[in-house]
Design a protein around this ligand. Structure first.
Ligand SMILES: [Fe+2]
Length: 349
């Protein structure tokens, strides 16, 4: 486990009704919280009351460890997940303008992603490409896949120490600009593999009204333009860093690794399809630059991948698990999988 994570205090705070187990293979990320008390195992009202009573300690542990997983609590369905999330604040614009295709299930619960099962979603911090983002994420496993499909996670604080400080300095000086394209529903990508990778602007803004999508962009502080094939590009320049809402310290917070389309994160076959069918004429789904418009050197992006690989943690899901993750101190992504996977997510403001 991480040398910095001292569990003595949380153990005293939580008392004997639960067991805390830092995930050894993740160097302490996440910490599993399992009930000992029989009532905590079988009665959701008792479990929610216990969580309310220990809210401050849970929140502190999420920050200290980067994330916790409630395992063995009586959370059988999405309704239970919504009750777990209910005391936490929502984000101002929800998932409007979000990158992945995900449907609302019920209440605050969304599908984690509709990305194809063979697609590995690489580690990222949620919505760092938008001016508003969740401080924390809650994940719920309703049904674990047959193989793979872990919600992979990674420690941003360890990552920051391991990457090239010269590149960190460059990002500080130049910032990061995201250009993301949402297609028109009337324009279908010419190869079926590309269809689920290119979201429509209706899906992105949860509306059929282009004026509403534009108004959302303006409210959120995003630039936009209507462009090739009736698509909409949204443009946002950010510093590439943010301050942790509770601890105040400045942290790496950007999508340089995850929103640059490369053979590594999209797969060489998919990149070849983008080249063949989109080329220079159709805007690609993501383009990430320095904020001054300069290209980010591929070797700098690839150097990040190596470090991310080193810090990737993949614990297997169990049905009923709820994970609370700090969105600034922890990355998340998704491994490829087989079988049926039902993992849900809720954004916490
Ligand atoms: Fe995500």
């Amino acid at each position: 486990m991480a040398a910095t994570l001292k569990l003595e205090t949380p153990r005293q705070t939580f008392g004997g009704s639960v067991e805390l187990t830092p995930y050894e293979k993740g160097a302490g990320l996440p910490v599993f919280i399992a009930p000992r008390d029989p009532m905590l195992k079988r009665d959701i009202g008792t479990a929610l009351a216990w969580m309310a009573e220990h809210r401050d300690a849970i929140d502190a542990l999420v920050i200290a460890a980067g994330g916790v997983v409630f395992r063995g609590f009586p959370f059988p369905d999405t309704a239970a997940f919504n009750r777990v999330v209910d005391p936490y604040p929502d984000v101002p614009y929800g998932y409007s303008g979000g990158a992945t295709t995900r449907g609302n299930i019920a209440g605050r619960a969304f599908e984690a992603t509709r990305a194809p099962p063979d697609f590995r979603l690489m580690l990222h911090q949620e919505m760092a490409y938008l001016p508003n983002w969740p401080t924390r994420l809650a994940f719920y496993c309703a049904h674990a896949p047959e193989t793979g499909g872990e919600t992979i996670i990674g420690d941003v604080r360890r990552f920051e120490k391991a990457i090239d400080p010269k590149f960190v300095q460059t990002v500080h000086e130049r910032g990061v600009k995201y250009v993301r394209n949402f297609r028109s529903p009337d324009w279908i990508p010419p190869h079926p593999t590309l269809v689920p990778l290119h979201k429509t602007w209706q899906e992105a803004f949860f509306t059929d009204d282009p004026r509403k999508a534009e108004a959302d962009c303006k409210d959120m502080g995003l630039d936009f333009e209507w462009t090739t094939n009736g698509s909409m590009s949204v443009i946002y320049a950010a510093s590439g860093f943010t301050n942790h809402a509770v601890e105040g310290r400045e942290v790496w917070f950007n999508h340089i690794a995850s929103q640059t389309i490369t053979d590594y994160n999209y797969g060489a076959d998919r990149v070849a399809l983008f080249r063949e069918y989109y080329g220079d004429l159709t805007p690609w789904t993501y383009q990430t630059y320095f904020a001054d418009g300069g290209k980010i050197p591929l070797e700098d992006v690839e150097a990040l991948y190596e470090v991310l690989e080193d810090f990737t943690v993949a614990f297997p899901w169990r049905a009923g698990d709820v994970m609370l993750l700090d969105n600034i101190y922890s990355f998340h992504g998704r491994n490829a999988y087989t079988g049926t996977r039902d993992v849900q997510v809720a954004l916490i403001g």
